[in-house]
Design a protein around this ligand. Structure first.
Ligand SMILES: [Zn+2]
Length: 279
């Protein structure tokens, strides 16, 4: 039986109660990440492993870098669609010789939550020149699967889509069945960018655009199962990774924002600690 928990807000040392609706999964890695989560979370294991690996993809390739004896802790729940939503995740990594963590938190001024480390560093990298000012999360990277040529950004229908670089609109709405409303921009350096599944185009073929100009609103048209923007770049007829093409930055928060973040991470650690204590 689980002991009664103090109702007060916890310190790092005192485990906190697990809020209703949350699941805590903690496990020691025995085989692959997928097997570890299948054993620990049953039917939800595969989905949880995928979401977990995505969180740490910026620093680690968990197919290669995970070691027997590593420990994983995740606090998660299912959203209204049944998708797994991770609230906090930790990995005690033998390879790195330390614990890495990702905490869901909304930075002041941001429209959406993201994942952050305790030291104020955002976990996901951002494009230096991006097609969206803000988005919920990146749901697909080029390296995820060779059959998918772009980066996917989860974002509500109607989010302004910007041209990250100056160029000229070369096509709109080709192959509608697959792409839905779509816009193609030829950048000045020869790069060819495609923006797919839009709700509305704001430009016509032949229009010149500057960096930051709104060219469309994001949507869920064509072969798309949830609102998102598919952003693809080609150069010399070959698909290139937008992360390489545009370059990346990693944001940091400081001062009062960092204090707020640290308060949240210690609250999460206390919740994850509760799971460990009751194991
Ligand atoms: Zn896509």
């Amino acid at each position: 039986m689980r002991p009664l928990l103090p109702p007060r807000s916890p310190s790092r040392a005192a485990p906190a109660p697990i809020p209703p609706g949350w699941e805590i999964t903690s496990a020691e890695v025995t085989h692959s990440l997928a097997r570890t989560f299948q054993n620990a979370a049953g039917d939800d294991g595969d989905a949880l492993a995928a979401v977990y690996a995505r969180l740490f993809v910026w620093d680690l390739d968990l197919r290669r870098d995970l070691q027997r004896g590593d420990k994983v802790d995740v606090a998660w729940r299912k959203d209204g669609r049944g998708d797994i939503e991770v609230i906090a995740a930790r990995l005690h990594s033998g390879k790195l010789g330390r614990t890495v963590a990702a905490y869901r938190w909304q930075a002041p001024g941001d429209a959406f939550t993201s994942y952050w480390q305790e030291d104020g560093t955002e976990v996901p990298f951002r494009l230096k020149e991006a097609p969206l000012q803000d988005y919920e999360q990146i749901t697909s990277l080029l390296k995820d699967r060779p059959s998918h040529a772009g980066m996917d950004f989860k974002t509500p229908v109607g989010t302004p889509v910007l041209s990250p670089r100056p160029g000229k609109i070369t096509r709109v709405n080709w192959n509608w069945a697959a792409n839905g409303n779509c816009v193609e921009v030829q950048y000045a350096d020869g790069g060819l960018a495609k923006f797919l599944h839009l709700s509305e185009n704001r430009v016509e073929e032949g229009t010149a655009v500057n960096a930051g100009d709104v060219i469309a609103l994001s949507g869920n048209t064509g072969r798309s199962t949830a609102p998102h923007l598919h952003y693809q770049v080609e150069k010399g007829g070959k698909v290139v990774d937008p992360l390489d093409y545009h370059g990346t930055v990693r944001r940091r928060v400081e001062g009062a924002s960092l204090q707020a973040l640290m308060q949240e991470t210690s609250r999460m650690d206390a919740i994850l600690g509760q799971a460990l204590a009751s194991r």
